[in-house]
Write a protein that binds this ligand. Sequence first.
Ligand SMILES: [Zn+2]
Ligand SMILES: [Zn+2]
Length: 647
Amino acid sequence: MIEITLKDGSTKKYKKGISAYSIAKDISESLARNVLSANFNGTKIELSTEILKSGELNFYTWNDDEGKLAFWHSSAHILAQTVLSLYPKVKLTIGPSIENGFYYDFDLGDQTISENDFPLIEKKFMFFASQKSEFRMKLLSKLDAQAFYKKEKNPYKLELIENLNDGEITFCDHSDFSDLCKGGHIPHTGLVKAIKLTNIAGAYWKGDENNKQLTRIYGISFPKQKFLKEYLTLLEEANKRDHRKIGKELNLFTFSNKVGLGLPLWLPKGTDLKNRLQSFLKKAQDKAGYKMVETPHIGKKELYETSGHFEKYGMDSFQPIETPRKKETFLLKPMNCPHHCEIYNSQNWSYKDLPVRYAEFGTVYRYEQSGELHGLTRVRGFTQDDAHIFCTPDQLEREFIKVIDLVTYVFKAVSFDVFTVQVSLRDPNNPEKYIGSERNWNLSEKAILMAADSKKLDYNIKYGEAAFYGPKLDFMVKDALGRKWQLGTIQVDYNLPVRFDLKYKTKNNEYMRPVMIHRAPFGSLERFVAILLEHSGGNLPLWLVPDHLIILTLSEKYEKYAQKVLNKLKINEIRALIDNRSETVGKKIREAQLKKYPYMLVVGEREMKDNVVSVRHRIDGDLGTLTIETFVKILSTEIKKSNLIQV
Ligand SMILES: [Zn+2]
Ligand SMILES: [Zn+2]
């Protein structure tokens, strides 16, 4: 007898082996119609897989990430089939699902594909999809697999197979198409009801610039036409909110090829914005017991060899800097942690001194592939809102709670109200992968979960996702368009304290290693500003906005009065400027709307005579005439209200 336990805890019993799909059907017809993938005893399986023993079975639909991934992974197979049928000389490489859809990398040889070809490819794709071909896995011997791709003259697949073990090489077939694949498919192609190819770009084989450049085609597919329509509307809205576009409109930042790709240049208004974010965070951190530190942008190579970062980033990053005389080698800082460890090591610590919390707005440099660079979200130099906490194992849970409080507080202040949390723990089947004692891991995993529970966080646990040096908790925010972004992270580290020989003296005069926590609520200020701009569509909270208002003169005659108004505003810390061009006030208002100033003050003859201003709100429109003092009072209160830190 096989006993199958389902997600809700209920069980099903079967006399003999049965496929996952048949079990879905046994549960309900609607589940059978909607199921996209399954997981048995923690391992991804095909729905056609015959289950022969008792265990836990989870089904996934379009509503689950796992379901979407199987859907998009399967769609990549259909795309490969389609492109191969239209361009028979193409060489297939790899095609994974990604966060929003999938891609496939092709070696097109001397052929080319452009966006103009997308409609034709999409049409053929839907033709293949509509054939309802089943996805079937098959096991091939290494020799047979190699023979298959030798016949196809495909060096890429041969290279992949070279690194696989005989007996573990599987292919997925559908219709008359076959591709090397590890598995994870939907039952059949007919479930794909809509496709949109979204982009085409160059991509190097295995991401290595020394390798051949391939053509990457991106797409996204859906189980209903309606979902595609919704997605396209969302995309249109997202394009309007593109932070690169808003950043330009608001004069926040720029890039220059002369300075270098991926190195943001902050303009005055952007710098002010960044500084406001930093001082907001600094105040919050001061209250939470952090001390600010500052460390240089470079460090000796040995420092990063000690920390292990050289091994991790060295080869793929900016290359070392050699000094002119003495043979000393430096690296641009890829992480702030090693520097903070050395600050910790600059004095002796007793258990009474802990926890120690060092915070720094530290700029770090990482060499991202040029194809990966994107506005402020993927850059080569960025400022982390970094901090490291050194504490005793017993203090871990309390420190975690404090960090969670800080992060959620920060999110609230910028109205990121919807966020989820992922807790990454060890893979229980592979304990040897991790550094640090069993006891410490148990302690820290328990501490994280207790902290997340006590803060009533909506979290899910991912086993096996922890770094080798410690478990972590990541915050994912959903922006106004429902897109998920990874922001803040809190990570326990048992590795660096060993590598840097960090210690403190216990009550019994023994030396112990402190536990280290890395944390960054925003992650990087660049990325955070980008997400903030896209989330708010450029309508930033009043406490952050570059300028609260613009004063519009009815004609140049009123410049002096406008200046007088401006001075009064400035004394009250209201950020404002004057538009005194000889344009109509109608045009000035329209432009001010586009620049997203929350308020506009119109001044002319009447306002000057009565010592008042005519107030317009960007969204609410005309608010009538007010004395300057009254307006200042109203706006100041509003600004304060928008900034929780001042309440
Ligand atoms: Zn596959
Ligand atoms: Zn760190």
